[in-house]
Design a protein around this ligand. Structure first.
Ligand SMILES: [Zn+2]
Length: 72
């Protein structure tokens, strides 16, 4: 596993300082609040706002639905 869970807990969105989570493919970290995906290159998350990929509303809703934690 490239990205450790512990690392995910340390990382936060550089824009809003909120929680981020791994996407389905495991090649990006998503911030719900900003609707941005920070790409993971060579197993290293690129936590730069300038490098972040803006999620389209349709993409976001799909990801959000599948990644929604239970019990919220
Ligand atoms: Zn954010």
């Amino acid at each position: 596993m490239a990205i450790e869970k512990e690392l995910l807990e340390i990382l936060a969105c550089p824009k809003c300082k909120g929680d981020i989570y791994l996407n389905e493919k495991g090649d990006g970290l998503i911030c719900d609040a900003c609707r941005l995906m920070y790409p993971i290159e060579d197993d290293i998350p690129v936590m730069l706002i300038d490098e972040a990929i803006r999620l389209r509303p349709e993409d976001f809703s799909e990801i959000s639905r599948t990644a929604q934690p239970e019990g919220l």
